[in-house]
Design a protein around this ligand. Structure first.
Ligand code: NI
Length: 136
């Protein structure tokens, strides 16, 4: 029997979407307001889903305190109140779209999570726009 536990988290971050190979006009045409050279912010909502078997001893899938601490060290401490383009090395040469941010979060969380679990990252950039990444 497999079950998924979810933990919600939140961070604010600034970004600019652009392709270095293009001029500002082309970037604005493709990325619209998100290509503002002076950056802009989003309130990101994150749902970290962890799937596996219930431990018969504890009745837990995983202690959510552990998940909370992982999200703090791997996501919040790294991304919250940061300019993603400038301050987060993963986005030095990677466009900080919601898609790419979800993949970066997935990889960082997967690094510290026991291999017996499957991971699902759901990331909202706005209340209506969100992505889901399961590592495949
Ligand atoms: Ni944006």
């Amino acid at each position: 029997m497999r079950i998924t536990v979810n933990r919600r988290a939140h961070f604010n971050a600034a970004h600019r979407l652009y392709n270095k190979a293009w001029d500002d006009a082309t970037n604005e045409r493709v990325f619209g307001k998100c290509s503002n050279p002076n950056f802009h912010g989003h309130n990101y909502e994150l749902i970290v889903g962890i799937t596996g078997e219930i431990d018969p001893v504890t009745g837990y899938l995983i202690d959510l305190k552990i998940v909370k601490d992982m999200i703090k060290s791997e996501v919040e401490d790294v991304l919250d109140h940061k300019n993603l383009n400038i301050e987060v090395p993963e986005f030095k040469n990677l466009n900080p779209t919601v898609e790419n941010i979800a993949v970066v979060i997935y990889n960082k969380m997967k690094n510290v999570l026991d291999d017996k679990y499957d991971l699902t990252i759901t990331l909202y950039e706005t209340p209506r726009n969100f992505v889901v990444y399961t590592g495949t």
